[in-house]
Write a protein that binds this ligand. Structure first.
Ligand code: AMP
Length: 369
């Protein structure tokens, strides 16, 4: 569906054209007309990478009266990175709208007073993640201060009990919109499982990376310490890898994310929390160095690849005792894992050699005599 089908203002259509969006994504197609009515609460079941920022951002910009100086829209999201990313996207959508003022508020700045009774539209983005991260009380506290007549739009990849409770408490007959299957990862992701002995986990990781010469990958660990350790080992072993976790300063995190976005960094080793809001479209592989506890988290992790219609691979490394958890994940999420063998040293050499040959063959030769 083309964006001109929605009744959006010409200023907004112009911005969309400039962004190069040609067709609305599934969630946009379903959510935008419904939101533009401004008359319903909406639950959008959609994962990251599906275009949901525009799905709520475009209608919000259309509905807000920018001639008034009052804050009218509020978007709550789980991390600072995501907050900055959403703010950036909204600014782009509103670039031709006169007087549009969009600000990011994070890191201790208290918004409670500012939102008092003047917010007409509230968005809860990645509600499941906010709840996973323990923000239930903050969400309650903030929503209780917003006026009851506002519209609430809640987005979540999954709908665990706590998110359903928020919908029950704060939303008015919400209309549910589903893009893709809520508990499933995108269809264009293939899932592979490698079973290793615990002591071989790191070596297996290296083998896998070596076997994919042009990998642009995100490696998930469970703790900050593990993230740091794995990244350090990879760096010491000559890989183009760096860690991203909450013990780094904001400046360090920004630098690492910039390198990854610019693709000067090939492997980013990250915790779930630090990787939230990382807006990178071309990740070829997500590697779960350790499986996450909840199946929803796996859905989020694997959704970092295969964004914007591309395909991708999500890999899990498990020891023999963890195989049971993979089965559990399969039954909860409907994902099917292909169990694969760690490539042998010889297979890795052959793969690297053939990548090298391809590279040589594609290199232009200067034919000067
Ligand atoms: P989001 O799920 O909002 O993080 O969006 C994921 C990526 O898809 C971002 O890089 C967006 O700029 C891009 N995107 C969103 N909507 C569209 C669209 N209709 N056509 C092409 N790209 C889009």
């Amino acid at each position: 569906m083309n964006f001109s089908t929605f009744k959006l203002k010409p200023e907004i259509i112009r911005a969309i054209d400039q962004l190069g969006y040609e067709h609305a994504t599934q969630i946009q197609e379903k959510a935008i007309p419904q939101m533009l009515t401004g008359s319903t609460d909406i639950i959008g079941l959609a994962q990251t990478g599906t275009g949901k920022t525009a799905a709520f951002g475009l209608p919000m910009i259309q509905l807000i009266d920018f001639d008034s100086k009052r804050p009218q829209g509020l978007v709550l999201c789980p991390t600072r990175e995501l907050c900055l990313q959403i703010t950036g996207d909204l600014k782009l959508f509103a670039r031709h709208v006169p007087n549009a003022r969009i600000v990011a508020v994070y890191g201790g700045a208290d918004i409670r007073d500012q939102i008092s009774l003047i917010v007409a539209y509230a968005v809860l983005d990645e509600a499941d993640e906010m709840l996973n991260m323990g923000f239930q009380e903050d969400i309650d506290d903030i929503l209780e201060r917003t006026p009851s007549g506002k519209r609430t739009w809640l987005f979540s990849a999954t709908m665990p009990g706590a998110a359903a409770k928020i919908a029950d408490s704060y939303m008015n007959h919400p209309v549910t919109i589903t893009a893709g299957l809520p508990n499933k990862v995108a269809e264009n992701i293939s899932h592979a499982c490698y079973i290793v002995k615990e002591k071989d986990r790191y070596v297996a990781l290296k083998r896998m990376i070596d076997y994919i010469p042009d990998i642009f990958g995100l490696i998930f660990c469970r703790t900050r310490l593990e993230t740091q350790t794995v990244a350090e080992k990879l760096m010491k072993d000559g890989y183009n890898a760096e860690p991203l976790h909450g013990d780094l300063s904001q400046m360090q995190r920004n630098q690492v994310m910039k390198k990854f976005r610019d693709r000067t960094l090939q492997l980013l080793v990250a915790t779930d929390v630090a990787a939230r809001g990382l807006d990178v479209d071309d990740i070829t592989h997500v590697i779960n160095y350790k499986l996450p506890d909840e199946s929803e988290r796996y859905t989020h992790r694997s959704g970092r690849t295969a964004r914007a219609g591309k395909s991708g691979v999500s890999i899990v490394l498990v020891n023999t005792r963890e195989v049971r958890r993979v089965k559990d994940l399969e039954s909860k999420s409907g994902i099917r894992f292909e169990v694969k063998q760690i490539p042998s040293g010889r297979a890795v050499c052959e793969k690297q050699l053939s990548a090298m040959m391809d590279w040589l063959a594609s290199t232009q030769v200067d034919n000067k005599e």
